[in-house]
Design a protein around this ligand. Structure first.
Ligand SMILES: Cc1ncc(C[n+]2csc(CCOP(=O)(O)OP(=O)(O)O)c2C)c(N)n1
Length: 313
């Protein structure tokens, strides 16, 4: 398990590093929001889910997609706009979609995924299944009306919803202190009578333990759960926006002990010794290069097919 979870975080890290390079080289276009530094949250949550459980994502969704589906090829091909992409090349970075694996899409609307996840939670309860619905969102989104309305209904109807706030200290260029009345998002859960936990989102062990509790609580019919995961967005908000964060703050979060991969490795020195990590790095790089070649060799979707698939008959 330890190697598997580390490899999942490494896959997200290398995926993001590789696409950053290709994006800057002009190999594909559109906005991209990188997930570097937040890998433990997606991997920790998804480690406790099955394909039948739902994940609703955000504009910063590559890590969520990979953690839930493990589909590196479909993700890179989608970024390239190719027909072999997970959304057949029509979605791109913010609209990856893979319902067979329970991945219900990214979302360009901040806070837009929360009511969608609420709907899936209602559907699961109505159909009497044991499925849970998980939604990721930033602390910026926790100031949106959709967050509050959804939490209220989820609590009222005891819906199987897990709300995961990735509290990464910035909403685009606005620091949390300038956007959010109280940085402790669990207090917002308290207001609706929803159980919650605050965790170090850069510590995979902590995230897994919290995710286990949340999933157990929700699957047992006890209603929703909120996780407030403290983390930091290491990269600029978006591939095209200049970032002016304080250098000392950046340096603090870039310290090895604050990196989710280093932190997990330090906790498991035997299982993740340097030879094992080197072998995993080789495997992951190979998998990503294979996916890049696959995406490059794939075709763009054909207009005729688009019309066939989407035209109103
Ligand atoms: C409803 C809405 N308002 C504004 C935007 C522009 N916008 C895109 S990302 C973003 C910041 C979101 O911050 P947060 O929810 O904390 O997520 P993070 O980017 O930190 O992951 C904003 C304001 C948008 N896409 N949708």
């Amino acid at each position: 398990m330890i190697k598997k979870y580390y490899k999942r975080m490494l896959t997200i890290r290398y995926f993001e590093e590789r696409i950053k390079q290709m994006y800057r080289g002009g190999e594909f276009f559109g906005a991209i929001h990188l997930y570097i530094g937040q890998e433990a949250i997606a991997v920790g949550l998804c480690s406790q889910l099955s394909d039948n459980d739902y994940v609703f994502s955000t504009h910063r969704g590559h890590g969520h997609y990979l953690a839930k589906t493990h589909d590196t090829k479909g993700a890179i091909a989608e970024l390239f706009g190719k027909e072999t992409g997970c959304s057949h090349g029509y979605g791109g970075s913010m609209h990856m979609f893979n319902p067979l694996k329970g991945f219900m899409g990214g979302n360009g609307i901040v806070g837009g995924g929360i009511p969608l996840a609420l709907g899936a939670a209602f559907s699961a309860q109505y159909r009497g299944t044991n499925e849970v619905s998980v939604v990721f969102f930033g602390e910026g989104a926790s100031n949106q009306g959709t967050f509050h309305e959804s939490l209220n209904l989820a609590a009222l109807k005891k819906l199987p919803l897990i709300a995961v706030c990735e509290n990464n200290r910035y909403a685009a260029t606005t620091p949390v202190a300038l956007s959010t009345s109280d940085e402790d998002i669990t207090k917002r859960a308290d207001a609706y009578g929803i159980k919650s936990l605050s965790v170090n989102g850069n510590d995979l062990t902590e995230v897994i333990a919290a995710a286990k509790k949340a999933v157990k609580h929700v699957r047992s019919g006890n209603g929703p759960f909120l996780l407030d995961c403290k983390t930091y967005r290491v990269e600029p908000h978006c591939g095209i926006i200049a970032d002016k964060r304080p250098e000392d703050e950046l340096a603090q979060w870039q310290k090895p002990e604050n990196d989710p991969l280093n932190c997990y490795q330090a906790q498991h020195p035997k299982e993740l010794n340097s030879a094992t990590v080197a072998a995993l790095e080789t495997d992951v790089k190979y998998e990503i290069e294979e996916a890049v070649e696959f995406a490059r060799a794939s075709s763009f979707p054909k207009v005729e097919n688009f019309i066939k698939e989407f035209a109103v008959q």
